[in-house]
Design a protein around this ligand. Structure first.
Ligand SMILES: Nc1ncnc2c1ncn2[C@@H]1O[C@H](COP(=O)(O)OP(=O)(O)O)[C@@H](O)[C@H]1O
Ligand SMILES: O=C(OP(=O)(O)O)[C@H](O)COP(=O)(O)O
Length: 400
């Protein structure tokens, strides 16, 4: 795989370089209705790559997705707040294009001088970015590639997506991996090459169907799989429990039954759950047994007994990977499970890795000491698919 130093040695002064970053940062709407970034970790993670290109005199054209818009512009998913934050962090202007490959993009890119940076609007405002149709994806990739003369992929968090900007563009431009991707792979490799045992994985979060898909391949590789967050309710339903209005993948209940049967005692589920109905800092909540979730309530955090159970499992582990918050930690009444598990992961005597946009954000937003973790990865789904042994489309494309 060629890297940034290969590209730099060829010289980039005055050349347009397209950088695919994962700037999919968490945002919240404040009281005045303004979208604000709650954690800028993913922007900071790509700064070294952008700075090195800029200092070498490249015309740097940055692109990213944000959230999951469905192929058309949606104001709440604009990258405008990210452009503003990027400019602050780089301490220089960032030219912001109001579309991805249209008139605004061409004008902004055409106006760049050597050493300047532009950010294109959300890739997923275009149906070609995520299309399953090779021709449609390829056509969008060609438009994107026409904006630049070289391509740097530093979007580790999106490396598991077969999307135009990560999979098809490298077929059209000289391409290299950025420093973030190189570093992420270096660390995760330590978890696939003979990890110290016991090896525990903690899974949570809200991307339930995506992440249920990795469990089957992951199970034989790990000694314990602790499941909380929105992930646990399909398993609790598979055990025959009522889960009320909690996140549930009804059509995956059968899969979860099979996984539980195959896992023996490897899968550990919460024994209590914090239920509520309100997403607010003063929501009324109740802690109930995991087999007694009231029909009208949503499970929005794991309870204190579950934190103790999970922490006990983690205390004995020598390698831990954690992806996915244990609850809706963005609101105070549902943050204790994530905090408790984060503290237990940080205390692991061995290698501890946290991965995922929201999990990494939780570590920082909840005020934990980042240095207590072996590594904080920008990729959740990408890391999991790497750990299960899959070839990531975005990495394979760079190796070609
Ligand atoms: N029980 C739950 N019900 C609904 N959402 C949940 C629950 N637990 C966690 N979440 C949500 O999961 C989101 C993060 O999920 P995900 O994107 O899978 O994690 P990551 O970005 O770390 O990979 C958070 O915004 C959090 O509010
Ligand atoms: O946030 C991301 O993944 P993650 O939640 O697994 O860390 C990446 O930006 C990928 O986003 P996607 O899962 O909408 O393709």
């Amino acid at each position: 795989m060629r890297t940034l130093s290969d590209l730099l040695s060829e010289g980039v002064r005055g050349r347009r370089v397209l950088v695919r970053a994962d700037l999919n940062v968490p945002l919240a709407t404040d009281d005045a209705g303004v979208r604000r970034i709650t954690d800028d970790g993913r922007i900071r993670a790509v700064l070294p790559t952008l700075t090195v290109l800029q200092e070498a005199g490249a015309k740097v054209v940055v692109c990213s997705h944000l959230g999951r818009p469905k192929g058309a512009p949606e104001p709440k998913f604009t990258l405008a707040p990210v452009a503003a934050r990027l400019a602050e962090l780089l301490d220089r202007p960032v030219a912001y294009a109001t579309d991805t490959v249209g008139e605004s993009a061409r004008e902004v890119v055409g106006g760049l001088a050597a050493g300047e940076v532009a950010l294109l609007e959300n890739l997923r405002f275009n149906p070609g970015e995520t299309s399953k149709d090779d021709a449609e994806r390829g056509a969008f990739a060609a438009e994107l590639a026409s904006l630049a003369e070289a391509y740097v992929d530093d979007a580790f968090g999106a490396a598991h997506r077969k999307h135009a900007s990560v999979y098809d563009v490298p077929k059209l431009l000289p391409h290299v991996a950025g420093g973030l991707i190189v570093r992420e792979l270096e660390v995760l490799k330590q978890l696939t090459d003979d990890p110290a045992r016991p090896y525990a994985v903690v899974l949570g979060g809200a991307k339930v169907s995506d992440k249920l898909a990795v469990i089957n391949a992951l199970l034989p590789k790990v000694d314990r799989l602790l499941i909380g967050g929105g992930m646990c309710f399909t398993f609790l339903a598979a055990q025959g429990h009522e889960v009320g209005g909690s996140l549930l993948e009804t059509e995956q209940i059968g899969t979860c039954e099979d996984l539980l049967a195959a896992a023996g005692d490897k899968i550990v589920l919460p024994v209590d759950v914090v239920v509520g109905n309100d997403f607010s800092d003063d929501a009324a909540t109740e802690t109930v047994s995991a087999d007694a979730i009231p029909a009208g309530q949503k499970g929005l955090d794991i309870g204190p007994e579950s934190v103790k159970l999970f922490a006990g499992e983690l205390a004995g582990a020598r390698t831990v990977f954690w992806n996915g918050p244990m609850g809706v930690f963005e609101y105070r009444p549902y943050a204790a499970g994530t905090r408790g598990v984060a503290e237990a992961v940080a205390a692991v005597d061995g290698m501890s890795v946290v991965g995922g946009g929201d999990s990494a954000a939780a570590v920082r937003v909840l005020g934990l000491d980042e240095t207590a973790f072996g590594h904080i990865s920008t990729g959740g789904g990408a890391s999991l698919e790497y750990l299960e042994g899959k070839t990531l489309p975005g990495i394979a494309a760079l190796e070609d």
